[in-house]
Design a protein around this ligand. Structure first.
Ligand code: AHR
Length: 530
């Protein structure tokens, strides 16, 4: 039951369109000349943190019959490869603020075990920089490292860049060679700490102190490896007493000549079991994106960046995280193990649509995280399964490239209640939430339309109209759906996955009609010819 008002507003706007009580109608206008920006391949990134069973028992499990002689879980690796992960952030997260990278290199049996304070574990350090780089090659992803701006020093950050990126000569480059890696790892993307505004972060500071430390770390890191790209830790702390955009404004001002991206994080949930509130949360991500874009634009007016492009936004942590939030589910070896359902997959589809609609400014996004920890892949000792959220992410990563288009969507809308966006966070109320959540891209004659039908009960029959050129040839249809919004996958049980539906047969025309089923994500893929 939708508590909020459903408004047949568009009846007024479109004479001739009938909205019956039993079904909904809509229209989507696609104009290949209305361009938002290029979709960056790094929108389909992911994140591996030393947390719970993401590394140990996830991607890496020494002695497992499912692992190779290096300890890599081969069943997991197959699923990871099939996700087309463009860029992978490592090794944290909160973990990195108490991580000293030198603990994780050299002969494994000589590495020190450490207390891991962020997530209350013993860190064996048997997986570290070089093991991650081997893994990144096997999964065919761009590595993205995060340095310790909490308990770490700027010198330690510089030495890590030297170990990874300098070919030979200085001590740490030679140490890498001694450890069996004659060629540099060439890591291009480096973030200057993680969530440093958060009171939970080890070494938490204010924006001025962070800016000073980040600027000096950046200086040393760039002197070591001039072509690296730097990501500053923006604020994602929307708790009632926090002022995230004060932090963002300060660091953007202080670091505007230095950084390439500002990192933002967002986790949402459905603790009140209100589907319509929850399914609107990608709109909050878009609001936050627009505010930070405004702050960036203001700073870019007086920045001294030479030929470098403006600062972009990296949503380098996003996901659904609300079930595993209690004291015992946030610590130890089984921390943050969320079991996802169909409504979660629809929210992820909405996030991905939001990144595409903001493709001019959002140039990186990393689902947090890859395996077991709030993740699309889930393991036990004898196998793995793909969670519901795996499927929309895979569809986007494999198909959605090229130029993002600014489409017009006319459909019925609803208003949400006032609700918490994430646990302990600010409240929001979303008005006029369109039942259809849409993004479109155009790439060498091919158009891809990604549509979430937020309506839990009704199909939405939609006219798709091409403003410039005609639809032509068959349109492939991929759908992520399931018996109901709470449907989950499990070991040996797949209720939610991508289904390749019968293609839409198209005679060359500027109008198609398609009915988007209730609570579904649909991708339509075909051609527009001029
Ligand atoms: O992804 C889980 C945690 O969420 C990360 O360690 C931290 O950066 C964020 O608060």
């Amino acid at each position: 039951m939708i508590k909020s008002t459903i408004k047949p507003l568009l009846l007024l706007a479109f004479a001739g369109m009938a909205f019956s009580s039993g079904a909904q109608n809509a229209r989507i206008k696609i104009d290949i000349d209305r361009k938002i920006g290029e979709v960056d391949k790094h929108l389909y990134g992911n994140f591996v943190e030393h947390l719970g069973r993401c590394v140990y028992g996830g991607i890496y499990e020494e002695g497992s019959p499912l692992a190779d002689d290096k300890g890599i879980r081969l069943d997991v690796l197959d699923a990871v490869k099939d996700l087309n992960v463009s860029i992978t952030r490592y090794p944290g997260g909160n973990f990195v603020s108490n991580y000293h990278w030198q603990d994780g290199i050299g002969p494994k049996d000589q590495r020190p075990a450490r207390m891991e304070l962020a997530w209350a574990r013993l860190e064996s350090n048997r997986f570290g920089t070089d093991e991650f780089m081997d893994y990144a090659k096997r999964m065919n992803t761009e590595p993205y490292f995060s340095v310790n701006m909490g308990t770490g020093t700027i010198e330690e950050a510089q030495q890590w860049v030297e170990y990874c990126n300098v070919k030979s000569g200085p001590y740490f480059a030679e140490l890498r060679k001694k450890n069996g890696y004659p060629e540099p790892h060439n890591i291009k993307y480096w973030s200057l700490g993680n969530e440093m505004d958060g009171f939970w972060q080890m070494g938490h500071m204010n924006a001025e102190d962070y800016s000073k430390k980040a600027r000096e770390a950046a200086k040393l890191m760039k002197l070591t490896s001039p072509d690296i790209k730097l990501i500053a830790a923006g604020s994602s702390n929307y708790r009632p007493n926090a002022d995230p955009n004060e932090w963002n404004a300060t660091i953007l001002h202080e670091l505007r000549d230095v950084i390439d991206y500002i990192a933002l994080h967002m986790y949402v949930g459905n603790p009140d079991n209100n589907y319509y509130n929850f399914i609107s949360t990608p709109l909050v991500l878009e609001e936050r994106t627009r505010v930070v874009k405004g702050l960036i634009d203001r700073e870019m007016e007086n920045a001294d960046r030479g030929n470098r492009p403006p600062i972009y936004i990296a949503w380098d942590e996003y996901n659904i995280w609300y079930r595993a939030r209690s004291e015992d589910t946030m610590a130890g070896t089984r921390a943050l193990e969320e079991h996802y359902n169909l409504e979660d997959a629809l929210v992820i589809s909405g996030f991905l649509n939001a990144f595409i609609r903001n493709a001019d400014i959002v140039k990186m996004a990393n689902m947090a995280q890859l395996v077991n920890v709030i993740a699309p892949i889930f393991t036990n000792e004898t196998g793995m399964f793909k969670q519901t959220i795996y499927y929309p992410l895979q569809l986007f990563a494999k198909n959605v490239h090229g130029t993002a288009l600014d489409v017009l969507v006319d459909c019925e809308t609803y208003d949400t209640d006032k609700f918490f966006v994430g646990l302990g966070e600010s409240t929001t109320q979303q008005k006029n939430v369109p039942f259809l959540d849409v993004s479109a891209t155009y790439n060498n004659g091919e158009v891809i339309l990604c549509v979430v039908n937020r309506n839990k009960d009704k199909a939405i029959t939609t006219d798709l109209i091409s403003q410039e050129g005609n639809f032509s040839g068959d349109f492939e249809v991929f759908e992520v759906n399931g018996p109901d919004i709470k449907s989950e996958n499990d070991f040996g049980k797949t209720n939610v996955e991508t289904v390749n539906k019968p293609a839409i047969k198209v005679k060359t025309t500027d109008k198609l009609t398609y009915s988007f089923p209730p609570h579904s994500f649909t991708m339509l893929k075909g051609k527009i010819v001029k």
